[in-house]
Design a protein around this ligand. Sequence first.
Ligand code: DAH
Length: 339
Amino acid sequence: MTHKIELLAAEIANLKASNTEEVEQLRIKYLGRKGIMNDLMEAFRSVAPEEKKVLGQKINALKQGLTQKINELKENVAVEANCGDAIDLTRTPYPIKLGTRHPLTIVKNEIVDIFARLGFTLAEGPEVEDDWHVYSSMNFADDHPARDMQDTFFIEARPDIILRSHTSSVQARVMETQKPPIRVICPGRVYRNEAISARAHCFFHQVEGLYIDTNVSFTDLKQVLLLFAQEMFGAETQIRLRPSYFPFTEPSAEMDISCHLCGGKGCSFCKHTGWVEILGCGMVDPAVLEANGINSKEYTGYAFGMGIERITNLKYQVKDLRMFSENDTRFLDEFKSAN
Ligand code: DAH
């Protein structure tokens, strides 16, 4: 009998099953009412009394081992059956993919931060505006070409309501509600009826600056813009102002910075001039102050406006304006480290 038990023990150790049915068959074969263990118990009854103790222990151990083995097989086939959708809790988790700030947002924040340090506060206005705030209050003549359908988007059935074509409209909004001294920086989206290409888009972004107080001079404007240019493009940056014309400023100027790619020596980026244009500016036209309820005898002011895409292009050399609005994550991911 001892020999039989040993043979069975070896047999049990090698039992295999590939599904629940097979495990059940094994259970019946060994542990069932008419199973092998039962036969063994029957045989045990007729064993000589002096052998019972030792053999009884062996049979018990065999039964324990058998029960354990059957349970193990049961568990294994259950795990294998679920393997397709099992969750492996020991696996290293996937890293969470963080989004990135849009390059235009990065640059906008940088511009606003620089002027905030100079005491400018943030102001915003609506993108759907009326003719008064965009054009009339900004001293545009009734027949100014910018008012043309070619440049401006009109809201159907409301010819006086338009999509603002520049952030200068926020100047008017601020003057309406604030008394001088006024010192605001106004970022926002603007719209123009342009065919979309690498160099033009029907919407883009601007930042407007406005400073109104007693005794504000052109020198103040120049100093603030120099500071801005050096903060934005590096301490060695130089500026130059060229006379220009805008309806809402007098005198008006366009500002260039020394080309930061070639250090002003001349390269293909600055078309070998050593300078690149970055903004328009000037002293607020007294007619604009008066139209917006500010006494032009008491107060003077300066204003400036720049395109955020333009500044971003200068900083990061983005060749195609359309990249900014295509949501291509390969492009956006490049700005991950920018801040
Ligand atoms: N509004 C002008 C544009 O869209 C930019 C500009 C020029 C704004 C001169 C100003 C300024 O405030 O003084 O082209």
